[in-house]
Design a protein around this ligand. Sequence first.
Ligand code: Z5A
Ligand code: MG
Length: 212
Amino acid sequence: ELEKMARRGALIVFEGCDRVGKSTQCQRLVEALKTSGRQAESLSFPNRDTAIGKLINNYLNKKIELENHSIHLLFAANRWEMVPQMEKLLKSGTSLIVDRYAFSGVAYTAAKKTAEVDWCKWPDIGLPTPDVVFYLSLSPEAAQQRSMYGNERYEKAEFQAEVERQFQAMKDESWETIDASRSVDSIHREVLETSLRAIEENSHKDILPLWK
Ligand code: Z5A
Ligand code: MG
């Protein structure tokens, strides 16, 4: 039946600490997929454009203070509010290239040590599971050399090191770990190859709920 033949897009996520090159690679990947005639769109979290995203932006810029559990739930809500649109796009055959996702949510809150990892995961349980997670890995020293730390909350070497430990504890064999110290082009070539394969392999598979 025709409906069953329809191909869905792939959900491709980039994760990693500050300034490892996530946004650069997301942009390159979307461009490359579009150039090759495939439907692709980018999405980043936090999505600072929504009402919830504006609160998060004010928190990150230190204009407001929020209790740790409370801001964690807002980051998760900011993902859930995008789910209907994400599902619609994926079903229509558009691949989504996502800059940070629930794994950042868990890693950054868990690094504060005020909530356990299991608690941190709860609000994101059931989100669409990514087909690929690219984990961009870079030493804090190398990340620091790319540009000065900005003034946003979390932009401190010690905290970033703890975030890295949290990511390492969370990652499993399904993640694609990328040595992010290489050139933009070399990383892009690897990312594109893996993504094209994932788009092919998952086009007729259901999207499963995350952490269920
Ligand atoms: N956060 C959270 O707490 N909970 C959540 O649920 C979520 C997020 C989703 C804002 O995130 C903060 O929100 C973030 C986590 C927290 N706090 N911190 N830290 P964001 O994604 O909006 O901002 P950001 O992560 O700070 O990321 P970034 O600065 O945008 O980094 P990036 O995207 O990974 O890097 P980039 O912009 O692509 O590249 C950084 C620089 O390096 C730039 O000058 C590039 O030209 C250069 N670059 C990139 N690739 C290379 C290579 N391969 N070689 C050399 N130079 C390179
Ligand atoms: Mg970025």
